[in-house]
Design a protein around this ligand. Structure first.
Ligand SMILES: Cc1cc2nc3c(=O)[nH]c(=O)nc-3n(C[C@H](O)[C@H](O)[C@H](O)COP(=O)(O)OP(=O)(O)OC[C@H]3O[C@@H](n4cnc5c(N)ncnc54)[C@H](O)[C@@H]3O)c2cc1C
Length: 239
């Protein structure tokens, strides 16, 4: 297990409940990873939930390997994620990894990335690294679901990247927004037909799905119903 000591060098709130944390390795060495991988962040906790111990949770690297920092996007949920929101710049944490296989398939076929909420994090790493490669022509179709635009992590950045890169197509779905959104969006959940429409356009595409487990399961079933072979469906559930 590769263990690293990281220092927090930048922190900002993307939204009230999503903090963006940028770390560097304290020894200034770059940590190699493949877009889509995660690390376990360990922090010393003293609370009724954790006792007085070093606890850890997995978090996905949202930056590209070429970036000078490791970026994590943390949605506040329970004690551990809330505590990460409270870290101040300069704080050191221990991390192990990187781990995980939600990485771009090695062929050059199109990929349909389906994400809910903070599940967009691995695809931000994919897309940022493809955008850094000026030769990239691999088509990426993003179907991203959020409750409302004001809680949609990285949506503005995705829309900006879509304008700059012809290979990127982004469709936003907002499940609890009733009025119009700033960016074009479907005000409903992602449906099988949405996946079928992209598959008709890109029949050899792989599908990668990330979000909470219920979302991942229903999108996996929808992808199979759209006749995408199991071998071309990648998933990661944030539990
Ligand atoms: C591969 C992967 C990547 C992820 N990437 C991200 C990401 O990029 N951004 C993000 O916001 N979230 C991510 N998550 C979710 C994240 O790891 C946490 O589950 C989330 O932040 C909620 O943790 P919490 O302790 O604050 O919430 P809680 O609701 O208290 O706990 C959430 C989970 O932690 C377990 N748990 C609770 N207490 C303990 C304990 N003492 N020891 C061990 N486990 C415990 C619970 O059973 C539950 O499954 C990812 C999860 C996985 C599996």
């Amino acid at each position: 297990m590769a263990t690293h000591h990281l220092k927090l060098i930048g922190k900002h709130l993307e939204y009230d409940d999503v903090a963006i944390l940028d770390f560097v390795s304290v020894d200034d060495k770059k940590i190699p990873f493949t877009p889509g991988q995660y690390m376990n962040l360990h922090v010393s906790m003293s609370s009724s939930d954790f006792g007085n111990s070093l606890s850890s949770r997995p978090y996905t690297i949202a930056s590209a390997p070429s970036d000078t920092f490791l970026r994590f996007a943390i949605r506040k949920r329970g004690s551990f994620s809330s505590m990460l929101h409270e870290l101040s710049n300069g704080t050191s944490v221990i991390a192990d990894g990187p781990y995980g296989v939600l990485c771009p398939p090695l062929d050059s076929a199109p990929v349909i990335c389906i994400a809910a909420g903070i599940g967009i994090a691995p695809f931000m790493s994919w897309i940022r690294s493809l955008a850094a490669d000026k030769e990239n022509s691999r088509p990426i179709f993003v179907l991203v679901s959020n409750t409302a635009e004001f809680r949609a992590p990285f949506l503005k950045e995705l829309i900006a990247l879509e304008k700059e890169n012809v290979w990127l197509s982004v469709k936003s779905f907002l499940t609890k927004q009733s009025d119009s959104a700033e960016h074009p969006a479907m005000l409903r959940r992602i449906a099988i037909e949405d996946i079928k429409n992209v598959v008709l356009f890109a029949p050899d595409a792989s599908i990668a799905i990330c979000g909470l487990s219920g979302f991942v399961l229903s999108m996996q079933q929808a992808a199979q119903a759209a006749n995408v072979p199991k071998a071309r469906i990648l998933t990661e559930a944030f539990y």
